[in-house]
Design a protein around this ligand. Structure first.
Ligand code: AMP
Ligand code: MG
Length: 486
């Protein structure tokens, strides 16, 4: 068997999940297997790529030792409580221990109905499968904490969304799939005993340092707050908009999860949003920090009974931990963004210098990634014409360049360049490229999908043969909105 399972979640009490087998698909075909990830996980790549692997990755056979379960969770979606969510189209097959000794979940997405499916079909269209594969692996290559893509399979079945579409099955790998919504599931049901079981499980699996703490659940809250504060700053440094930051899509491990309607911005605007269902811009670019704090507040509420017997005291503890979020998030943003202009967040004026650049970029609709990429090249070559050429009105940017150059005189040039190269990717999964890969995939041509994945493997390294992947969309290629596609 390709997998060496070592399951723990399936050992938890009954209310944590429903046992359910995947439903077979008609004619599965392997689109992609992530060999490197498989190796890191100690999975036998050759068997994974063989028929036995395809059977497992399509849900047509249950691997020996796998115990498929649909995990139970609730969630706040767009601010409203949804008490009964859970894995409606996903199944946790089991856990494996990687070469790095880290335990990881292996999950199928699109593997058929479960008791949590409500009115859904439990399936996934091929588009979202390809999108999650491309974007989650790109995020990993960019250094962001994220769930990973182990495989993509075409099911040979049709699913019905706006019309008939080809179906797919995605294999997702995560440090775990435990969400804020998992805690909400038990808190809503006032199941304090299992809430404690869950908290202990999460501490053991993700925050072992909290075990030695006088107040382990407080340390758990602090750990999740810190990881999420930094994670969202990392997204923003790259121009990433998650698009559906519901509490069921906020992983307590600190990994980015759910690539439904996400997108990287092309032209910079602080209140940019893409998701077609995010009518009021709740999850817009610049709201992501405050929304994460909102989600973490829902998390803290679930922990109240564990934080202290006295409710007032528990609330005080929760508030004091949540109060740390803003400072940690701002600090992470300050470091990540000032490095984009080669500075180390030391001087208070550096933040203002950065903000004045962002303001010009927003006013003149300048491409976020390309601007910082060209600014890096300008520093490297000493010629700023290509950078300045991105701005339709030159006056403002010329003045800005002058102040920036003056500021850089105080810095070590090689350090400045090093910061900028590491903070400003050359390649991101641009929406029009992702759409192009999906469109071709729907025609049975997976070459653009594979090419794009290949380019995105080393996002900070120049590749002369791939320079067209650096470029923003032409007007007719602009993707205005993204769709969950569920
Ligand atoms: P998401 O929008 O992917 O975060 O999913 C929110 C909830 O809807 C989760 O409980 C999913 O399992 C469920 N869901 C989404 N799509 C489907 C589907 N096609 N069939 C059944 N459940 C689904
Ligand atoms: Mg989700």
């Amino acid at each position: 068997m390709p997998f060496n399972w070592d399951n723990t979640y399936a050992r938890l009490p009954a209310p944590f999940f429903e046992r359910v087998d995947p439903s077979p698909v008609r004619a599965p075909e392997l689109i992609a297997v992530n060999d490197l990830l498989a190796e890191e996980l100690g999975i036998d790549v050759e068997r994974l790529r063989a028929e036995v692997g395809l059977d497992i990755l399509s849900g047509n056979k249950i691997a020996e030792g796998s115990e498929p379960i649909a995990m139970a969770y609730s969630g706040h979606q767009f601010g409203g409580l949804a008490p009964q969510l859970g894995d409606g189209r996903a199944l946790l097959l089991g856990e494996v221990i990687g070469r790095d000794k880290v335990r990881r979940d292996v999950q199928l997405k699109g593997s058929g109905p479960t008791p949590f499916s409500r009115r859904g079909d439990g399936r996934s269209a091929l588009g979202p499968v390809l999108r999650e594969y491309i974007v989650s692996e790109a995020m990993h290559a960019l250094g962001v904490s994220t769930t990973r893509a182990l495989a993509a399979v075409a099911s040979g079945d049709q699913v019905f969304r706006d019309g008939a579409e080809p179906g797919g099955v995605f294999t997702r790998v995560a440090r775990s799939h435990i969400r804020v919504g998992t805690f909400e599931w038990f808190a809503l049901r006032k199941d304090h005993e299992n809430l404690r079981v869950l908290a202990d499980y999460v501490i053991n699996r993700h925050y072992p340092e909290a075990m030695d703490h006088d107040e382990p659940y407080r340390a758990l809250l602090r750990g999740v707050v810190t990881r999420q504060a930094r994670l969202v700053a990392h997204w923003m440094q790259l121009g990433f908009i998650h698009g559906v930051m519901n509490t069921d899509n906020t992983n307590v491990s600190g990994e980015t999860i759910d690539y439904g309607p996400c997108a990287f911005m092309d032209a910079y605007h602080p209140s940019k949003k893409f998701s077609s269902i995010d009518h009021h811009g709740r999850y817009a670019f610049n709201n992501q920090g405050s929304i994460m704090l909102w989600n973490l507040s829902r998390f803290a509420e679930t922990l109240l009974t564990l934080l202290d017997e006295d409710t007032d005291q528990a609330v005080k503890i929760a508030e004091s931990e949540l109060d740390l979020f803003a400072g940690q998030h701002q600090e992470a943003l300050r470091i990540r963004f000032t490095r984009k202009i080669g500075l180390d967040a030391g001087a208070p004026d550096d933040w203002a210098l950065l903000q004045s650049l962002l303001k010009l970029m927003a006013e003149q609709k300048v491409d976020f990634t390309l601007a910082f990429r060209r600014l890096t090249c300008a520093l490297d070559s000493g010629a700023d014409e290509e950078f300045a050429g991105l701005f339709s009105c030159r006056d403002g940017i010329s003045a800005w360049l002058k102040s920036w150059c003056e500021r850089l005189r105080e810095e070590d040039p090689s350090r400045t360049l090093q910061f900028m190269r590491a903070a400003n990717p050359i390649f991101i999964p641009r929406n029009h490229r992702v759409e192009e890969a999906i469109r071709a995939g729907y025609e049975g041509d997976f070459k653009p999908f594979h090419c794009l994945n290949d380019v995105l493997k080393n996002p900070f390294e120049e590749r002369a043969d791939c320079s067209e992947y650096e470029l923003p969309p032409k007007p007719e290629q602009i993707v205005q909105a993204t769709f969950c596609g569920t």
